[in-house]
Design a protein around this ligand. Structure first.
Ligand code: ZN
Length: 614
């Protein structure tokens, strides 16, 4: 073994959720070796302080004829220093892994999942060294060796890929960019444009899950994205990890893999042929993470080249990396024929509705939302909808507007796809970071879009990125044979689209959660009836008009009264009973309805076909 840094990970203690890790350095710094663990994981912009999960740590020096303990002490929340040691240095520690998410690590008798940023200490001075990791199996739930457990990861195996043994990485950055799933898995294999792909599914599954359908659909999506950016693909192998749970959702992108989580109900079943909302969401998620292989893992903000994993790395460009990715993830589904144009418009309606339902869009620009991702978007509280705008959803509408604006004003000669090609050529292939000017907001994406189209896009970007004005969605879409109408919302569960109701109904203007049957307000929205009455997040509403209500019927009870009715609402705030009076007002027109124009003129039809396919 020639690696400079050798890790060993033992799976001997699943019941305590502890990975036993050791790190062996043949030639540690003779002045004292420093180690640190990242504070955050790329793609998830929040300080998570993974070092808090290190439970015990000790060090030894190994020489030909002696083993001596070496003192190791902490110098800050995520950094340790060992006293100078003769010979090899061996650091042993255990990592508590009980976060079932795509961001950190999880380990029990059923499986092990880990991100290197949670597990592998970085020895200072060895950032560009070669790394090896040996995974050693333990015993499973009934005391049997983990014989049928396999290892799914994009990290390359020294021996047989998938088996226990040594895995290799060319540097620390690569080491922590290959999440690892170990356990019993269903592995679906396919090729996309000649590149081998794996989808490793873990977790309990319905016996009639339609794996073949999932495999074929995912292959179409991958081929679509590879051709979108142009062959050859930038990775020689790709692995989708998919953890299936009763309730959960999420994904995190990496250079040659992604960690994903979905609900069991989202997977297609053999007797189903339609695309359920859950399955459409799952395909959208996998499409999204895969698109990131280019857009953010290789075309990336200058602030991420290289990543500084010790503290927050601010960029105003997340609207582009998440927004543009969110735009093309769903578009790939319609372009590959997996969903219809109408179904695609339903997804757009939901995004438009999400953006317009929050008054935060009138207070924060997407540049500010990107910059403050660390302390606002990733730390949302009960006031989030009133205070912040999502750089994902509004970012994807800006991507839509940019695409349609380019197409319209260049007579179809330039689209956002061309901009992505150029970003790939100029930044992605070269490793150059996308520059941004924090004062003016001008960035490499605007520059490329302007250069390619020869258009003055300053007014577009000023409005979209640097103001909180609502985007001119109606005008953008009208040129492409799609009509957008805004209608009232019929409660927090109404996500957009046509409704049969024609009479306006009152809504509470709050997010109601079920607190053991009680109606507890999780959020109260600006401009809604609950806010006007004086109700707050956290209040438990017990009666309307002096009649008892529950979580199950509060919204319908409010909707049963005519607009203008004077009502009293009784609620507990903490343990204090309070009474609120209000006059029911109509909800805002914040819900999107999109319609394909039936017989658009020839030019409009040609534009729509070029945009959405025939
Ligand atoms: Zn993303």
């Amino acid at each position: 073994m020639s690696s400079n840094v050798r890790f060993h990970v033992s799976l001997a203690d699943p019941a305590a959720h502890l990975f036993q890790v050791s790190c062996r350095l043949a030639e540690p710094n003779p002045a004292g070796q420093v180690f640190s663990l990242p504070a955050w994981i790329p793609g998830s912009y929040m300080i998570r302080d993974f070092a808090k999960n290190i439970v015990e740590i000790s060090a030894k020096s190994l020489t030909a004829d002696d083993i001596q303990p070496v003192a190791i002490r902490k110098t800050d929340k995520q950094t340790w220093v060992c006293e100078p040691a003769a010979g090899e240095l061996l650091v042993r520690y255990s990592v508590y892994a009980w976060d079932l998410s795509v961001r950190s690590a999880h380990f029990d008798q059923t499986h092990a999942f880990l991100n290197g940023s949670s597990l592998f200490l970085c020895p200072k001075g060895f950032e560009t060294a070669e790394y090896s990791v040996e995974f050693e199996p333990g015993k499973d739930a009934v005391g049997e060796p983990m014989a049928d457990w396999r290892i799914s990861t994009a990290m390359r195996a020294e021996g047989e890929q998938g088996a226990f043994g040594d895995y290799l990485a060319d540097d620390y950055d690569e080491l922590i960019d290959h999440p690892v799933e170990i356990g019993r898995q269903r592995v679906l294999r396919f090729e996309a444009c000649g590149v081998p792909h794996e989808l490793a599914i873990s977790g309990r599954l319905f016996s009639d899950t339609d794996f073949e359908r999932l495999r074929c659909d995912l292959q179409l999506i991958c081929e679509h994205h590879i051709r979108f950016f142009g062959e050859p693909a930038p990775m020689d192998r790709y692995v989708f990890l998919l953890a299936v749970v009763g309730d959960g959702y999420g994904g995190l992108e990496h250079r040659a893999s992604s960690a994903n989580m979905c609900k069991r109900d989202d997977l297609p079943r053999e007797h189903q042929s339609d695309v359920s909302d859950g399955y459409r969401q799952l395909l959208g998620l996998l499409s999204h993470e895969y698109f990131h292989t280019w857009n953010v893992k290789r075309i990336k903000p200058a602030a991420f080249t290289p990543y500084d994993l010790r503290s927050e790395s601010h960029t105003q460009l997340l609207w582009a990396f998440e927004g543009i990715t969110s735009y093309f993830d769903d578009q790939a589904l319609v372009h590959t024929g997996l969903i219809s144009k109408e179904s695609y418009l339903t997804l757009l309606e939901q995004i438009m509705t999400q953006v317009h339902r929050g008054s935060g869009r009138l207070k924060q620009t997407v540049l500010e939302s990107s910059f403050d991702a660390w302390s606002k978007f990733y730390k949302q509280d009960e006031n989030a909808a009133n205070a912040i705008v999502s750089y994902y959803t509004k970012g994807s509408l800006i991507a839509l507007g940019l695409d349609l604006t380019l197409r319209k004003h260049t007579d179809g000669a330039v689209s956002l796809e061309d901009v992505m090609h150029e970003l790939w050529e100029h930044y992605g292939k070269t490793g150059r970071g996308v520059e941004e000017d924090f004062e003016t907001g001008f960035d490499g994406i605007q520059r490329v879009a302007q250069d390619l189209s020869d258009l003055d896009l300053q007014p577009f970007f000023d409005q979209a990125l640097r103001s909180t004005e609502d985007l001119p969605l109606i005008e953008w879409l009208a040129d492409f044979g799609v009509t957008l109408n805004w209608r009232q919302n019929y409660g927090a569960g109404d996500r957009g689209g046509k409704r049969s109701e024609t009479t306006a109904k009152a809504t509470l203007g709050a997010l109601v959660t079920d607190n053991s049957g009680e109606a507890k307000l999780a959020a109260v929205f600006d401009g809604g009836n609950a806010r006007k009455a004086g109700l707050s997040a956290g209040d438990v509403v017990i009666a309307v008009d002096d009649l008892r209500v529950t979580a199950a019927n509060l919204e319908t009870r409010i909707a049963s009264y005519a607009l203008g009715t004077e009502l009293s609402i009784t609620a507990f705030r903490r343990d204090e009973l309070m009474r609120f009076e209000l006059s029911l007002e109509a909800p805002q027109d914040d819900t999107a309805v999109l319609t394909l124009v039936e017989e658009p003129d020839e030019q409009t039809l040609a534009r729509r076909t070029a945009w959405l396919g025939s």
